[in-house]
Write a protein that binds this ligand. Structure first.
Ligand code: ADP
Ligand code: MG
Length: 399
């Protein structure tokens, strides 16, 4: 169901509360903020749209896990400063997100001003979705814009509470996420492929189940392929296998077969004697999947698998990608993810990337702009791919 968006409402000169997701890992030090600009940039279209229409822009976000207390290191001020650099405009910062001081600061705003409220999670009422807290936030504004797709899988005061008390719309980032991921799932140009990897089958069962009913081709890599390989009868050495998911993996393969879905599993794998970032070159090899020694780890898909996947992907018109093909954080095992990423980016197809680690890998590879869409939601994008309606989207009025 299409949601009301920013473009369906009048914002000229109005006080507009925008829920953004500026949850950057500030605990790693303020100097690392610059490398997370993409989180801020993602909401710039919404912010700029509002500023161009002389709105009074009031931003709110959570930051880290302060668990309902004020934590000095988790204040929004450095984020407001960073945003101000990106916007070339001052961004005010308030010491709280509700209360008389905040109300009077909002009252004195002029058209085209922008300010950032303090970390929402300094109040335990945020995560409890407390109605009074939601009402207090809502009362700061004439219109609420939900742009925090990455927080939309949480039913918190600022995601589902506020829209009950003030006219609300989806922001431009939110709209983009819903439209592009929604189209890939609901009305993709066919053939549709799912390219799935990452750590565990158990994290992705619901994604697998949902996609299985939609795709023509399934490509499996990453740690989860170990469980599938084992379910198919191969030994995967010392790699961790989710023994309790072997049955599910077999069922998924059987269902895929019954539905005529082409399933690609690795034919060869990069293995290592040690699970570490800088292994001795002697202890890294590429072997066929039936030749993994007992005490070796499967770290990446091998070159023959890469070539087979690249060839298979070329036939697809829509690709949904979640999960790295190997332990991409270690350069020695990043090749599968890199080459598959490059291949997806080069396709003449709609390409949609979800998952926090996958988005990071794509960002590191510098291919974000060559994808149709890289979701800004980690957990939220997974739930979306599971076919769930996210509470923060459900709470917004339909068109
Ligand atoms: P996302 O966050 O995109 O949903 P995941 O969190 O499921 O992705 O997966 C990412 C993790 O999977 C990475 O940390 C990566 O190291 C790990 N991974 C990928 N391949 C393997 C493998 N063969 N063995 C162990 N871990 C792997
Ligand atoms: Mg992850």
């Amino acid at each position: 169901m299409a949601k009301r968006t920013l473009k369906d409402t009048e914002v000229e000169g109005k006080r507009v509360l925008v829920r953004v997701d500026f949850n950057v890992p500030i605990d790693q030090g303020i100097e690392t903020l610059a490398s997370y600009d993409h989180r801020l940039r993602a909401s710039l279209p919404t912010i700029q749209y509002l500023l161009e229409r002389n709105s009074k822009v009031i931003l709110c976000s959570h930051l880290g896990r302060p668990s309902g207390r004020v934590v000095e290191e988790l204040r929004m001020a450095p984020v407001a400063d960073r945003l101000s650099l990106l916007l070339s405009q001052p961004v005010g910062h308030l010491p709280d997100c509700v209360g008389p001081e905040v109300e009077s600061a909002v009252e004195t705003m002029s058209s085209g001003d922008i300010l950032m409220l303090e970390n929402l999670r300094f109040h335990s009422e945020e995560e409890k979705n407390d109605p009074d807290f939601a009402r207090a936030l809502a009362s700061l504004s004439d219109v609420f814009v939900m742009d925090a797709f990455a927080a939309a899988h949480r039913a918190h005061a600022s995601t589902v509470g506020v829209p009950q008390y003030v006219p609300s719309v989806a922001g431009l980032l939110m709209q983009r996420e819903i439209e592009l991921m929604g189209r890939a799932l609901e009305s993709p140009e066919l053939p549709l492929a799912a390219l799935l990897g990452g750590a565990k089958v158990s994290d992705k069962i619901m994604v697998l189940e949902n996609l299985l009913g939609r795709v023509q081709a399934l490509f499996i890599g990453g740690g989860m392929s170990n469980t599938f390989l084992k379910a198919t009868g191969y030994s995967v050495g010392a790699s961790s296998v989710e023994e309790d998911r072997l049955e599910v993996a077999s069922q998924i393969l059987q269902r895929a077969k019954n539905n005529g879905i082409t399933v690609h599993l690795p034919q060869d794998v990069v293995i290592s004697r040690e699970f570490r970032s800088d292994p001795d070159p002697e202890s890294v090899r590429t072997v066929p999947v039936d030749q993994v020694p007992d005490d070796w780890y499967v770290m990446d898909i091998g070159v023959r698998s890469i070539e087979a996947y690249v060839a298979g992907l070329r036939a697809c018109k829509t690709v949904i990608w979640n999960g790295p093909m190997g332990v991409f954080e270690f350069p020695a095992f990043a090749e599968g993810t890199r080459r598959i990423g490059e291949a997806v980016a080069s396709l003449d197809a709609a390409t949609v990337v979800g998952g926090g680690s996958t988005a990071e890998a794509v960002e590191e590879l510098g291919i974000t702009d060559r994808m149709t869409h890289v979701s800004t939601g980690g957990g939220a994008s997974l739930e979306f791919m599971e076919g769930k309606e996210l509470p923060g989207i459900a709470a917004l009025p339909d068109k």
